[in-house]
Design a protein. Structure first.
Lengths: 219, 703
């Protein structure tokens, strides 16, 4: 693989990370009393929206997997609808898993659902952009040595990091420190965000460091 | 110098003493804003009445039984008492209650039955209430208060002890800031008012009565207790009696005293000898309404008792500063007595007396603190021996566990080679030599040294044998790892993801026990780890079942070999691995021939069913400390409006038990089981937990 690809990956990831930081800072100028901890639900919406749109734009622009098939508009529309349905289903699935982990079922539904949307943006949206609504392709990418390009390796790393971040973010919840960031779902969503940003930065570095050992099968 | 002629114990200062011990009474419940709002009578007595109020500091562990021991013996019990807190045997140390009974005082007790266990035959009349049901905070106190009116009218008692548990239960259930604390404090205030008025009305001119209000420990911010935070160690201590002068002048903060001071104060107040192991000072204002000669007599008694205790426990007692001060004060006391007996009744005598009193009080304080420090000495040698044995057994188990859990499932402790090796005998000799050296040079008491020689030698042999066993197990492991692997392809001890997760989860759980919040919420850790494990299992199953069908032949051969070895161990794992392993075999289209589709879906659905059950369990019963008060499904089911739902659920569960088990039973067992399950339901219906369908909407069955 070429150095150029790695540099492109690094640039794209840094742009995503910057966007997340901007979502924490910029809306304070437009909305009154906006803080990440205070108006957390607003921040979740803004962050998911920004990251989602940025990812979609990046992948439309960069087009790392050149699918040179000419497809009709109807096909494209059906793919788009399928993507939307898969995204929504992944939100519901994440919501169910979070409730099974102990989130209240009837109270705080909005908070749990927005957290699920955030997690889906970090994980499923990336998969959808890069691989399309093709579950077999997802399973292939997430199996051992299944990544076929550096974009897919990056996808593996960011997904795993953001899920691990959300998992570790649950640790402070039973502590009785009475901090504002221990309210549900702030610690978990912040953990997921930090995990995602860490994954974005680590992925190009990891690929660069391992480039001698990695050989990708040609498609 | 001369010592006074009085040799007998001074007469009692109070006729009747009532001790009201309110469990978990924190100092700010009486002296703070809550006290002023909810305990008006007490506040008025403290501020304007004939009382003395102090803040008594308890030493940890702030749990009820050690605190009762501290209050009654004046000594400082240690942490090991917490272990026997649930099953406290009789108190054998010298204590106030025993002294009172021996002196012929009649003691009546109502309250926590811990007292009845600690002092089994000391009470003339008693009624112990159990402290086990934390959710009840009205009946435990009503059971005490119902006797109150009757007993206050009677004349046939000298010491009345009341122990109220309601406030403690409220603290545990809902915390110190809950709305239940206020009414409970008001209830306690009314009780104190009733007792005080009754004591005042029945008072004789010869000897006044005394009302003591105290707490055994306080309450932390979350309502629990046991540690040493500020709220847990500070309790109020009130002495109310007409023997005291009315308080006048500006309000001052109550002084701090030690909880152990109560035993010696009450002993002097009741005319009893001070308990032998008491380390407390008498609280002078309480016993100080008398002449200077009597006051000096009291403090001298206390100092004498403390110095005798010091003598018994420290070989170098003469060098202790408290002892030296006491001797100096005693000499000055002798001089004062000489002047007093000469009839010198002037100001000089009074001032000298005050000086002697001050010297005594300082000496007492120093003696108390050096005695308290002594108690915290640990028996290092016995502790080390115990720790060494435990660590050796743990190491031995850890070394044998991999073999025990492998597919050969053997647990072998290599014992016979060590027993005949030279190392074993050398170690035995060395340990016996160490034991002799430590025991002959030990100054303080040592439990292990007090055991017979035979037992000690046996323990030493055990330690040596375990050590030799460990060394031979380690040697065997090194031998095995040096042998060439026979089957390099199949390594049956390779770690899969799930193994890593289980190991990391166990270590993480152990580490989390270092934080007290995680200990209180340990069930959250368990639920979290089980959820993670199920999800990882689920994703592994998904991957195995839905993996792409192309795989190269080399991989399929190794997969087949690993499938064979997995197949042998599939009985020990509860996962449907053969179904998954089968699908990995090279033939893509015939994967469905090997497994039934229903098996595959059952194996995929099982982790999710476990997850749903865990989630239901979580909301069935809220435990822990922080979220224990949240409503849960269990409360909903056991409340009286939902008896029909509970009955239905109980009936369905019993039926399911029957249907799941009845397949493997003979006819006779089936009938017996059915009758048994029916009996269970009938019993529950008879005590009123569930209802039969034909009673729906009918009356309650009386118990």
């Amino acid at each position: 693989m070429k150095e150029v690809e790695i540099r492109r990956l690094l640039a794209a990831n840094l742009l995503c990370a910057l966007a997340i930081i901007l979502t924490a800072v910029v809306p304070a100028f437009f909305l009154d009393g906006f803080t990440v901890l205070g108006t957390h639900l607003t921040w979740l919406c803004v962050c998911s929206g920004c990251v989602g749109t940025l990812n979609v734009i990046l992948h439309l622009v960069l087009k790392p997997n050149q699918s040179s098939k000419r497809s009709s508009f109807a096909h494209k529309m059906s793919r788009f609808l399928k993507c939307c349905i898969y995204f929504f289903m992944s939100c519901i699935l994440f919501h169910a898993i979070i409730v099974l982990y102990g989130a209240p079922l009837i109270e705080s539904v909005t908070e749990t659902f927005l957290f699920a949307v955030l997690l889906s943006t970090f994980t499923t949206l990336q998969c959808l952009c890069m691989l399309g609504p093709n579950i077999q392709a997802w399973i292939r990418v997430f199996s051992k040595n299944g990544a076929m390009s550096i974009w897919e390796s990056s996808l593996q790393i960011t997904t795993v990091c953001s899920i691990l971040g959300a998992w570790f973010g649950a640790f402070p919840i039973p502590l009785d420190w009475d901090r504002p960031w221990q309210v549900w779902p702030i610690s978990c969503s912040l953990g997921a965000t930090f995990g995602y940003m860490a994954g974005l930065i680590i992925a190009p570095l990891w690929i660069h460091w391992n480039r001698k050992q990695r050989t990708y099968k040609s498609r | 110098g001369m010592v006074s002629n009085w040799t007998k114990i001074p007469p009692p200062l109070f006729k009747k003493v009532v001790i009201v011990l309110i469990d978990a009474l924190r100092d700010d419940f009486v002296f703070g804003s809550k006290g002023k709002q909810f305990m008006p009578y007490t506040t008025q007595v403290v501020e304007k009445g004939t009382s003395y109020s102090f803040i008594a500091e308890a030493k940890p562990p702030t749990v009820t039984m050690p605190r009762i021991k501290a209050l009654m013996t004046g000594s400082i019990p240690g942490f090991i008492d917490v272990v026997v807190n649930l099953n406290s045997p009789a108190l054998l140390d010298d204590n106030l209650i025993w002294q009172a009974k021996t002196a012929g005082k009649r003691i009546i007790f109502y309250g926590d039955d811990t007292w009845v266990k600690l002092f089994p035959k000391h009470f003339v009349e008693y009624d112990g209430t159990t402290s086990f049901f934390v959710s009840d905070f009205t009946e435990v106190d009503d059971n005490v208060t119902r006797h109150l009116d009757r007993v206050l009218k009677r004349e046939d008692w000298d010491l009345l002890i009341l122990h109220y548990l309601g406030l403690d239960h409220i603290g545990h259930m809902t915390g110190p800031n809950s709305p239940l604390v206020g009414p409970k404090l008001r209830e306690m205030d009314n009780i104190l008012k009733k007792i005080h008025i009754s004591l005042l009305s029945k008072e004789e001119a010869s000897l006044p009565n005394l009302l003591v209000v105290c707490g055994d420990h306080g309450m932390s911010e979350t309502g629990s207790h046991g540690g040493s935070s500020e709220g847990e160690v500070h309790t109020p201590l009130l002495f109310i009696s007409s023997a005291f002068e009315k308080r006048s002048g500006p309000l001052t903060q109550p002084e701090h005293v030690q909880q152990t001071d109560l035993a010696s104060t009450l002993a002097v107040g009741l005319g009893l000898p001070i308990s032998r192991n008491s380390v407390g000072n008498i609280i002078l204002p309480v016993v100080g309404g008398k002449t200077m000669r009597e006051q000096l007599r009291f403090v001298h008694l206390n100092g004498f008792q403390l110095s005798r205790l010091l003598q018994e426990n420290t070989p170098a007692y003469e060098k202790d500063p408290g002892y030296e001060h006491f001797k100096i004060a005693e000499k000055s006391h002798g001089n004062w007595i000489k002047l007093y007996l000469e009839g010198n009744n002037s100001e000089i005598l009074l001032n000298l007396g005050k000086k002697v009193l001050k010297q005594y009080l300082e000496a007492l304080k120093t003696l108390s603190s050096s005695l308290s420090k002594q108690v915290a000495q640990y028996d290092m040698y016995s502790m080390m021996v115990g720790t060494v044995i435990i660590m050796e057994v743990l190491l031995l188990l850890l070394l044998s566990v991999p073999k025990a859990l492998s597919k050969r499932a053997e647990f072998e402790v290599p014992l016979s080679p060590p027993l005949f090796s030279l190392l074993f005998y050398l170690m035995c000799l060395m340990l016996c030599a160490v034991h002799v050296i430590v025991c002959t040079s030990a100054e303080s008491l040592c439990y292990f040294c007090s055991m017979s020689w035979l037992t000690a030698v046996g323990v030493m042999m055990l330690i040596s044998a375990l050590m030799c066993g460990i060394l031979s197990a380690i040697a065997k492991i090194f031998e095995n790892s040096r042998l060439p692997l026979k089957n390099p392809v199949v390594s049956s001890s390779s770690w899969s993801e799930i193994d890593v997760l289980i190991l990391a989860g166990t270590i993480g759980h152990v580490l989390s026990l270092g934080a007290s919040s995680f200990i209180e919420e340990e069930h959250q850790t368990w639920y979290f780890l089980i959820n993670t494990l199920c999800l990882v299992l689920c994703q592994e199953l998904c991957r195995n079942n839905f993996l792409l069908k192309e795989c190269d032949p080399q991989r399929s051969i190794s997969v087949k070999q690993s499938f064979d070895s997995i197949g042998e161990t599939s009985e020990s794992k509860n996962i449907d691995i053969p179904a998954a392993g089968n699908s990995k075999l090279g033939k893509a289209t015939s994967s469905s021939e090997f497994i039934k589709v229903s098996d595959k879906w059952i194996s995929l659905a099982t982790p999710w069913i476990i997850l749903i059950c865990c989630r239901l369990l979580r909301s069935l019963n809220q435990t822990g400390v922080q979220w224990a008060h949240r409503p849960d499904f269990g409360h909903w089911l056991t409340s009286s409006e939902h008896k029909s739902e509970l009955s239905f659920l109980a009936a369905v569960s019993l039926l399911m038990i029957f249907f799941l088990v009845q397949r493997r039973c003979s006819l006779v067992s089936k009938i017996a089981m059915a009758l048994g399950l029916l009996g269970v339901y009938s019993y529950r219906a008879a005590i009123g937990n569930v209802v039969f369908p034909w009673q729906h909407g009918g009356k309650d069955i009386s118990k």
